[in-house]
Design a protein around this ligand. Structure first.
Ligand SMILES: NC(=O)c1ccc[n+]([C@@H]2O[C@H](COP(=O)([O-])OP(=O)(O)OC[C@H]3O[C@@H](n4cnc5c(N)ncnc54)[C@H](OP(=O)(O)O)[C@@H]3O)[C@@H](O)[C@H]2O)c1
Length: 275
């Protein structure tokens, strides 16, 4: 895929948090050279700052960035997507791939605002993308072909792992893996507090909690084992862990986490319709 992309140009519309993380990763992972990338932001002073930071072409001119691009990444807030699509419509054609990271914006919404036949891929990354440990859900719109998804995969694999899902699951991806880091930080913060409560210095308690979460997650990923089996392996009969698990069950940790993801998924469906 790297070879196929070596002659392509990419426009990153909205080089904010996620857009900035992506364009930095494209250069770091040598997927694109800086001269293959054009980025845009809304404010010109911010354009100068982003240019200094990433050493790529940055402007406030979406049309000109799109005109010269083969791949267009839409990284603006959901409420700004319609305005940006309206602006670039004339400069998009079906031989360009449009990829949107905007939460809650369906591919059909994007397709309706672009020339007939334009391939559109929707992506939902998360903040650990900043250190290459991200999780991105991808789905394709009605004109995108499998090779368009492969291009999107290559782009988002510069910042972590990817999964391809049907579009009907994209709000659920938002509720689980895009909001998920915030849920995990609350769990980590609580475990660190617990460490302090039982006498550990805060920095050691935080490291113990974070590395334990990292190790447990890696075991799930690397062994492919069901989390319940891995939990059983820690839980010796009449040992310490089962007493802790009883407290978690009494405190309804499981049902609380399930409800958090359900609410977050529901909220993801609403964002587009708010100003
Ligand atoms: N942050 C996350 O964890 C995350 C995860 C998954 C998906 N997303 C999605 O990513 C998108 C961006 O989120 P973010 O957190 O990266 O937001 P952000 O940091 O606010 O970045 C948005 C960027 O868009 C620029 N912008 C606004 N209007 C524009 C326009 N008309 N033309 C060109 N650029 C414009 C802004 O420019 P200025 O800097 O000049 O204002 C800013 O740089 C959202 O749709 C969000 O749903 C975010």
């Amino acid at each position: 895929m790297k070879n196929q992309l070596s002659s392509k140009r990419v426009a990153v519309l909205g080089a904010g948090k996620i857009g900035g993380i992506l364009l930095q990763a494209f250069v770091r992972e040598k997927l694109f050279s800086p001269r293959q990338i054009a980025a845009t932001v809304r404010h010109s002073e911010r354009a100068r700052a982003v240019k200094r930071q990433f050493n790529v072409l940055v402007s406030t001119d979406n049309k000109s960035a799109v005109r010269r691009a083969d791949i267009v990444l839409v990284c603006v807030k959901p409420q700004a997507v319609a305005e940006v699509l309206e602006e670039i419509r004339e400069d998009v054609s079906p031989n360009k791939l449009v990829i949107s990271v905007a939460a809650s914006v369906p591919t059909a919404f994007i397709e309706q605002r672009l020339p007939e036949g334009t391939p559109v891929v929707r992506a939902m990354p998360n903040t650990p993308c900043a250190i290459g440990c991200g999780m991105t859900g991808l789905c394709r719109g009605s004109h995108a072909k499998p090779h368009h998804l492969e291009v999107a995969r290559a782009l988002f694999e510069t910042v972590g792992r990817t999964v391809v899902v049907d579009e009907k699951h994209m709000d659920a991806v938002t509720g689980l893996s895009a909001s998920g880091p915030a849920f995990m930080y609350i769990i980590l913060e609580s475990l660190a507090e617990a460490g302090v409560k039982v006498g550990l210095p805060r920095d050691i308690a935080t490291l113990l909690a974070a590395q334990t979460a990292h190790g447990a997650a890696q075991l799930v990923i690397q062994t492919g084992e069901h989390p319940a089996l891995l939990k059983d392996a820690v839980t010796t009969p009449a040992g310490c862990t089962i007493d802790g698990i009883l407290e978690l069950e009494e405190g309804k940790l499981r049902v609380t986490l399930i409800k958090a993801v359900v609410k977050s998924t529901q909220r993801a469906r609403e964002l587009l319709f708010e100003k």
